[in-house]
Design a binder for this molecule. Structure first.
Ligand SMILES: *[C@@H]1O[C@H](CO)[C@@H](O)[C@H](O)[C@H]1NC(C)=O
Ligand SMILES: *[C@@H]1O[C@H](CO)[C@@H](O)[C@H](O)[C@H]1NC(C)=O
Ligand SMILES: *[C@@H]1O[C@H](CO)[C@@H](O)[C@H](O)[C@H]1NC(C)=O
Ligand SMILES: *[C@@H]1O[C@H](CO)[C@@H](O)[C@H](O)[C@H]1NC(C)=O
Ligand SMILES: *[C@@H]1O[C@H](CO)[C@@H](O)[C@H](O)[C@H]1NC(C)=O
Ligand SMILES: [Zn+2]
Length: 479
């Protein structure tokens, strides 16, 4: 089955070589797409060129007009006031209420929340104590949806492995032990499976808890949390991430044949789901109000940081994209709709419910845009769509020559946006200088200090220009 599927995928990829498809990861090796071999009709090229003045007004608004510095100020005001916004928390609902107020204050259209049920997991106190060969308290973060250890904690010997394959080979040794994964970082897409599946893999061979090396390319002793998923039918064991430094230290001890004893204590609990909201605002289209250009980011975050980068930045630039269009009195032909997702971190829970409500209406979506890979200096758009749509996006990029944001990169598929994966709606993400994204991602280091006011001005401008021009073309993007 697998090889047939792989072959099919290969054939599909080969036949759409100039279209955008691939893996979702900020990929420093990703190359901008060469000029598309698809030749756009002159009529469409001209239509896009006719938007140069509007594009310049948007760029000027953010870089030297009333919007200058505003994206940073709005972002800081939200995250400093509300703080961490974990799924199920009162602070997430407070952030949603604050944003509904902000969107109304900008006189955007149809501002409202759409109900969505979301997970409610709480961390509580937690620690991992190395007992042998020396006594040391590690810096850890339990993983989202992990169960707790109970009040006694779990004290056991550790086994250290560097891959699932090694764990399978040595499964006889794992019974009754704490399984430590010391997998090397390859890419977020490839390596995060250790975080999402590690606990069940460990439990399957009799492990009593699992500790996962943080999924990051770089560390100054920082654990990075994230969601994990238990497999049905396998015991649920407590799981946390540890730092790269401690994972490597235990791997060295293990290789030397030293006995490692740990005490794991986690108070983590899964509570009942709570009712939350996806936050919606619009600029209603002047000619095709039923047709939609969707821009989005998520308002929820992990519980350990104010999370300016992941992903308040994406949510705020999506607000700004509508805000500037309203402020400049621009009247796009179709509706621009901002969606600020709830509970993205637990697996796109909010966006999935929104998609379900729109599944019979996806034919009215021209594009779905999501910024969730950083708001550093923007370079253009990551895109997934047909060759004809890619050529249009590249042409729109030419309106952003002065903002240095003309790159259209096709190394993107969407994890969350079912609009793209299930319904074939063209999709885009902000292309930005995000090589350092995973230094901060899901760690206590995700703060306003990571964000830069000048870069944020440009992000808002680039996000707004692409969204507005797509919304104002005569036709929807071709599938
Ligand atoms: C697992 O065992 C197989 C078969 O003995 C061997 O070929 C493979 O190298 C082992 N892998 C690891 C990671 O130990
Ligand atoms: C969680 O839901 C169950 C079943 O609906 C209910 O009996 C219980 O009281 C709820 N717990 C809390 C803390 O609300
Ligand atoms: C789409 O489905 C929703 C229910 O999920 C329904 O309320 C709506 O009327 C449907 N729209 C169309 C155009 O069928
Ligand atoms: C677009 O929306 C309109 C109005 O709700 C609906 O009648 C039409 O069927 C939708 N078109 C598609 C292609 O989904
Ligand atoms: C674009 O790049 C040029 C050359 O590096 C630089 O001078 C200019 O300031 C940049 N423009 C913006 C808006 O950052
Ligand atoms: Zn995110």
């Amino acid at each position: 089955m697998r090889s047939v599927a792989a072959l099919l995928l290969l054939l599909l990829c080969a036949s759409v070589a100039t279209a955008c498809s691939g893996d979702r990861d900020p990929n420093p090796n990703a190359k901008p797409l060469p000029p598309s071999s698809y030749v756009l009709p002159e009529r469409i090229v001209q239509q896009i060129r006719d938007h140069q003045d509007d594009a310049n007004r948007i760029i000027d608004y953010f870089t030297k007009g009333p919007g200058q510095g505003q994206t940073y100020t709005r972002l800081a005001s939200l995250v400093d006031t509300v703080g961490p916004r974990p799924s199920g928390s009162a602070s997430l609902e407070r952030a949603i209420d604050m944003m509904l107020g902000n969107l109304k204050a900008d006189r955007l259209d149809n501002v409202h929340g759409e109900p969505a049920w979301i997970p409610h997991w709480v961390r509580g106190a937690e620690y991992v104590q190395l007992l042998e060969p020396h006594d040391f308290t590690m810096n850890i973060l339990s993983l989202g949806s992990s169960v707790g250890t109970g009040p006694q904690g779990i004290t056991a010997e550790a086994i250290v492995v560097s891959s699932f394959e090694e764990l399978t080979n040595r499964s006889a040794e794992a019974k009754g032990k704490i399984v430590v994964f010391n997998q090397p970082f390859v890419s977020y897409g490839e390596t995060s499976v250790y975080r999402t599946q590690g606990a069940s893999a460990a439990a399957k061979v009799g492990g009593v808890a699992s500790l996962i090396r943080t999924i990051a390319p770089f560390s100054i002793y920082s654990p990075h949390t994230g969601v994990q998923f238990y497999t049905d039918g396998i015991p649920k064991i407590p799981t946390a991430c540890i730092t790269i430094e401690d994972a490597e230290m235990m791997a060295r001890m293990h290789a030397r044949g030293q006995r490692i004893v740990l005490k794991v204590y986690l108070e983590a609990q899964n509570l009942n789901d709570t009712l939350s909201r996806n936050t919606v605002a619009e600029v209603v289209g002047s000619t095709h109000p039923e047709q939609v250009v969707l821009v989005s980011g998520h308002l929820d975050s992990w519980d350990i940081a104010e999370a300016a980068m992941d992903d308040a930045g994406g949510a705020i630039i999506s607000w700004q994209a509508l805000s500037v269009v309203k402020a400049l009195g621009l009247k796009p032909k179709r509706t621009m709709r901002a969606l600020l997702w709830t509970s993205e971190e637990f697996g796109g829970v909010g966006s999935q419910q929104y998609y379900n409500s729109q599944a019979n209406n996806t034919g009215n979506y021209s594009i779905v845009m999501e910024s969730d890979l950083g708001t550093f200096t923007p370079t253009g758009l990551e895109f997934t769509g047909s060759p004809a749509a890619t050529a249009i996006i590249q042409q729109i990029g030419q309106l952003l020559v002065n903002a240095n944001a003309t790159v259209v990169d096709c190394s993107l598929t969407f994890r969350h946006l079912l609009f793209c994966s299930l319904s074939g709606v063209p999709g885009a993400s902000l292309h930005n200088d995000n090589d350092d994204y995973f230094y901060f991602h899901h760690s206590r280091g995700d703060t306003m200090t990571v964000e830069d006011p000048v870069a944020l001005d440009l992000c808002a401008a680039v996000w707004a220009v692409y969204a507005y021009v797509i919304a104002d073309l005569d036709d929807m993007l071709p599938r």
